[in-house]
Ligand binder design. Structure first.
Ligand code: NAI
Length: 437
């Protein structure tokens, strides 16, 4: 097979077209091979969009239960479609039909020969996927976290070991879509797409044209939206992830004094925050910004300038949804995107509500979120008294031990994605010195 540089530029130059829904012929040996890891909403959208673009061969790896079989059986019965709400030129709904693709539970079937591997699966499943793909990934692969979520790059390095030195790693702060599977393996509704998503790239020591163009290829697969905004070091994505600090802090604010008595209704989550909770959230966010400043002071070449206070993040992310932008409190309470969101609760037999501390707001956002940030703070020597308050309460609620005496050294650090878990204990190690931004 002749080696070609895959990317929007190359694709467009070779066919004289622009990105979008147009079709053009690309010889089969020129296919860019993309494997999507996951079997949920995000994986359905990603697979559908990519498989509708000429020049892309899509494969899906889903390790979960019988999803691969279900998806394969469903596709054998007819086309796989993405229904895009308002996706037409005049705002009409659009049905995008994908070319057939392989879905497998066996990494041997899909990973060999893959150029781009996209993780679109909850963070607690990433470890299984990294272990599954490790034996089969090729020498010039790109791995994309969509989203990677805090500590994605540490886990990737910890499991792929020296193979990770040859990979491009791209991490994004969030999934770009709101979506819902209409019929498993057959149809998915794309309800909304973000206009932009922030991300960062880590290139290998000797990047080739392949590495540079994989990002362009990814944009091509997505279409015009979201626009990929790539800036700074991967660590900025890990530090900035807002879920890691907002969700556990709001849980703490609501339930820290709870005495175990069921409540009449589950409280509003973002709209129900108290002044004390918002103040704490602001302090936690200031600590994150302090960590990024300390890293940039110790390593001036490292660009973490995209790490900002969460108030500024809300303003930038929800500019059209926040009715009153006066301060963090009003930004949370008047954000239309948060209408109706309530605390995760379990209903009692009497119809009352108990907080659910096993919900992902703690079960994921601590080990794959705040604990990772805390681990970085320890490495660079930044004190985090506000974050510690949340961590002590959350670990007790989860029945875990992450922080002891203000340091991330508890027995359950091995269940987190903090750098310490992978033996990364210096700034030099977590930055990985061959970083090219
Ligand atoms: P999803 O909830 O649809 O993913 C479910 C899929 O995860 C399952 O179909 C299965 O393939 C896999 N899975 C679940 N438990 C598993 C297990 N124990 N072992 C192996 N695989 C398992 O997730 P979705 O919506 O596709 O989101 C992907 C990521 O994007 C998640 O990290 C989510 O937090 C994040 N995200 C999602 C947003 C959304 O609107 N859907 C918005 C922002 C972020």
């Amino acid at each position: 097979m002749e080696i070609l540089v895959y990317g929007v530029d190359w694709l467009l130059r070779s066919v004289g077209l622009t990105t979008g829904q147009e079709t053009f012929d690309v010889a089969s040996e020129d296919q860019l091979i993309v494997t999507i890891c996951g079997g949920g909403n995000g994986a359905h959208i990603m697979a559908g969009l990519a498989a509708s673009r000429p020049g892309i061969e899509v494969r899906v790896l889903t390790l979960y239960r019988d999803e691969a079989e279900q998806w394969t059986t469903a596709m054998a019965e007819g086309n796989f479609s993405v229904f895009i709400k308002g996706g037409g030129i005049r705002g009409e709904n659009v049905e995008l039909t994908a070319d057939p693709f392989t879905v497998s539970k066996d990494p041997r079937e899909v990973i060999p020969g893959t150029h781009i591997i996209i993780f679109t699966v909850p963070a607690y499943c990433h470890e299984d996927y990294f272990k599954a793909i490790e034996p089969y990934i090729g020498p010039v692969s790109t791995i994309i976290g969509l989203p990677g979520v805090n500590g994605f790059e540490f886990q990737l390095r910890g499991i792929l070991k020296e193979k990770s030195d040859l990979c491009t790693v791209i991490d994004f702060e969030t999934l770009p879509w709101v979506s819902r599977i209409r019929e498993y393996g057959r149809a998915v509704d794309l309800l909304a797409t973000r206009e932009t998503i922030d991300g960062a790239v880590h290139l290998p020591r000797k990047p080739s044209a392949f590495h540079h163009n994989h990002l362009a290829s990814f944009q091509y697969m997505l279409g015009d939206n979201p626009e990929l905004e790539i800036k700074g070091h991967l660590l900025a994505v890990t530090l900035m992830a807002p879920n890691a600090i907002a969700q556990p802090t709001i849980m703490y604010g609501q339930w820290r004094d709870w005495e175990g008595v069921p409540v009449e209704e589950s409280p509003l989550f973002f709209h129900g925050v108290s002044t004390a909770t918002v103040e704490l959230l602001s302090h936690v966010s200031e600590e994150v910004v302090s960590i990024s400043r300390e890293i940039m002071a110790q390593s001036p070449k490292t660009d973490l300038s995209s790490v900002k206070h969460i108030y500024n993040w809300y303003l930038a992310t929800f500019q059209n949804d926040i009715l009153d932008k006066t301060n963090l409190m009003t930004a949370l309470k008047t954000n239309k995107a948060y209408d109706g969101l309530r605390h995760p609760c379990l209903k009692t037999a009497e119809g009352k509500y108990m907080p659910n501390f096993q919900h992902r707001y703690l079960r994921e956002d601590i080990p794959f979120g705040m604990a990772v940030v805390k681990g970085i703070a320890d490495i660079v020597g930044v004190e985090t008294p506000s974050m510690d308050k949340v961590l002590y309460w959350a670990q007790q609620s989860l029945g875990k031990e992450f922080v002891v005496n203000g340091r991330l050294v508890g027995r359950d650090v091995r269940e987190t994605r903090a750098p310490q878990r992978y033996g990364l204990t210096s700034l030099r190690e977590i930055l990985k010195e061959n970083v090219t931004n």
